[in-house]
Design a protein. Structure first.
Lengths: 328, 98
């Protein structure tokens, strides 16, 4: 898996957006087509069959349709990460693809959180046009968010009968609103309840990266399995390739550094390089208990989001003055 | 004759640390090195990060280790020298002020 940033421009300003650090590094607003072709060659060289387009808002790319055409010509299935507020031309192009060739992950705004912008209504209209190509996603940035509207959204739009739930992770700079690990357990309780309601309607949940095994009690974990929830505990180098050709571990860790994409770059080697760089931090986790947790020791859980883990580290320098007569 | 300036131990620039339930993990990102401190070592590191003065640090270590202040001072000095060899702290001259 690797994601290609094709636009640093976005038409939303979500409080939890974790692209802030990465977008500070962006040069051009949109990825030129010749560079997109080089990105596709990188995917092919890495035996990656999906072209995963993201931004900013990727569909704002003025030549978005041509990006899709190039990806299809290279034999890639197209995956688009969007807020659903896309130009009609982009929507028409995506809707023309066969469902097996295209998945559009629509990160949905709760109806009561979109303000007066009517964002939710527009997202719903986009999903109706896309039908089963659309997969709704929702970002949990605090406990207490009402989720049941997502079930009605699935029923209304004819999209895939699945919902992708992600936790809002911090940028290393901490400039976005994110779900603090201290609130994970409260959110876990809500997910378990929601999973059961969703399963009753034939809708399954997919949990995105950064969830932690221990936030679910054993009985709740069984309830998730019974509800068919795709729950995994993972935090790996996703590999996001930005417009300038910098490869980063993932958006939240953009501040940790990047590697250049070259004509020889291959995803496996890049991933291993990031794993080597970040390995020292992996000994810890998002909780104080992670470093001696048996789930972590057994490799079942990596200890949650690495960006949240690294934000626990302190850097404040200290000094100790020795009294005269005490030799250093 | 001028007095020599006091000896000072400082944390090495570029290191970061996190205090976990049973250990303190110290990392140096640039060199990809890490150290796990446990027990009394972790406690001494914690007190250093809280800006304890040397006399207060020795008193605390004496309490934690159940020993006399003189022995506690030796423990602290031995640990600081060990950390200096490992590259976690560095020794130098400095002022007593700040």
């Amino acid at each position: 898996m690797a994601n290609l940033v094709v636009s640093s421009v976005c038409n939303r300003s979500c409080v939890y957006c974790f692209t802030t650090d990465q977008r500070r590094l962006a040069g051009e607003p949109f990825l030129p087509l010749p560079l997109f072709e080089e990105r596709l060659e990188f995917l092919t060289r890495s035996d990656i069959r999906e072209a995963r387009l993201l931004g900013g808002e990727p569909t704002l790319h003025p030549r978005f349709g041509e990006l899709v055409d190039l990806a299809r010509a290279a034999g890639k299935a197209v995956v688009v990460f969007t807020n659903g507020l896309m130009p009609d031309e982009a929507l028409t192009r995506l809707a023309s693809l066969a469902p097996g060739e295209c998945t559009v992950m629509v990160n949905v705004t709760a109806p009561d959180e979109g303000g007066a912008s009517g964002a939710f209504e527009r997202q719903r209209a986009t999903m109706r046009r896309l039908g089963e190509r659309a997969l709704p996603g929702f970002t949990l940035y605090r406990p207490g968010l009402a989720l049941d509207f997502l079930l009605r959204l699935v029923a209304d739009t004819g999209c895939q009968r699945a919902i992708r739930l992600g936790m809002a992770h911090p940028c290393l700079s901490g400039s976005n609103r994110y779900l603090h690990p201290g609130r994970y357990r409260a959110v876990a309780v809500e997910i378990v309840r929601f999973a059961r309601v969703a399963a009753d309607e034939g809708i399954t949940l997919h949990l995105d990266c950064g969830f932690v095994r221990c936030i679910f009690a054993d009985a709740d974990l069984q309830r998730l399995r019974d509800a068919g929830v795709d729950a995994g505990w993972h935090c790996n180098p996703i590999l996001d390739v930005d417009i300038s050709g910098n490869v980063i571990h993932c958006f939240p860790l953009a501040g940790l550094g990047s590697l250049p994409l070259t004509a020889q770059s291959e995803a496996g080697a890049l991933r291993r390089a990031f794993e080597a760089t970040t390995g020292i931090y992996r000994q810890a986790g998002v909780f104080r208990e992670c470093s001696n947790c048996h789930f972590k020791a057994a490799g079942e859980c990596p200890g949650g989001c690495l960006a949240a883990t690294i934000r626990r580290f302190r850097h404040t320098p200290f000094r100790l003055v020795l009294p005269r007569g005490v030799a250093a | 004759m001028m007095d020599r300036p006091p000896q000072v131990y400082r944390s090495v620039p570029g290191i970061a640390w996190v205090k976990d339930a049973e250990l303190t993990l110290i990392v140096q990102h640039e060199e990809g090195r890490s150290w796990a401190l446990r027990g009394l070592e972790a406690a001494i590191w914690d007190l250093l990060t809280l800006s304890y003065s040397f006399p207060r640090l020795v008193d605390a270590v004496a309490l934690l280790a159940g020993c006399e202040p003189g022995e506690a001072a030796e423990i602290v000095m031995a640990l600081l020298q060990e950390w200096e060899e490992q590259g976690i702290v560095c020794a130098g001259e400095g002022s007593e002020g700040g």
